[in-house]
Write a protein that binds this ligand. Structure first.
Ligand SMILES: [Zn+2]
Length: 184
């Protein structure tokens, strides 16, 4: 256990640590820093969020962790931007997903096609399905017995709305570029 975990008595699950480290290539999230990431920092305080979320955790070297958490020399906004850069770099969101967000920057809702195409946005809680327009059912039956072996309903198109978290993502994105499409 590192000193950080002992200090705040919280344990970040190993699979979340691994995802955060892999997103950053096991390097400190500060782009020019050459040091390996050995510590974890919550972007929004754990006390506020009350759960461990890959999108809210950055991996830092001990120096930059100290500058962020203790010295406050790196502010939360800067850390959010560094995290956003990593997410872009790793193509967590597809261009299609980012275009949906770019549209939602100025519209209350847009028609999105498919829950698979928007999976990461929904999983990360950046958008929600406000209304399902079209669905597709799939039923697979066993040829000989006729028994149903699979049944599911997929959303093909829906009204996507931003969540508060999605709005924050756009605000952070906007603070790094005048035209959102320039970064795509
Ligand atoms: Zn560093």
């Amino acid at each position: 256990m590192s000193s950080e975990e002992i200090d705040n008595g919280r344990y970040i699950p190993v699979e979340i640590r691994r995802a955060v480290l892999m997103e950053a290539g096991h390097a400190c999230a500060i782009p020019t820093c050459q040091f390996p990431a050995t510590e974890f920092a919550h972007i929004e305080p754990y006390a506020k969020i009350k759960r461990h979320d890959v999108a809210n955790i950055v991996a830092l070297c001990p120096n930059h962790h100290h500058l962020f958490d203790q010295k406050k020399a790196i502010d939360r906004k800067a850390i959010k931007l560094y995290k956003l850069k990593l997410q872009f770099l790793n193509r967590r969101y597809t261009k299609y997903e980012l275009r949906i967000l770019a549209l939602l920057a100025d519209k209350a809702a847009v028609v999105a096609s498919g829950e698979i195409e928007t999976m990461a946005l929904i999983k990360d809680g950046l958008i929600v399905n406000a209304k399902t327009f079209e669905t597709q059912s799939i039923i697979i039956t066993n040829n000989s017995s006729g028994e149903k072996v699979f049944e599911d309903v997929f959303v093909q198109s829906f009204a996507a709305r931003l969540t508060e978290k999605g709005r924050e993502f756009i605000d952070t994105w906007k603070s790094s570029t005048k035209n959102l499409l320039d970064t795509l």
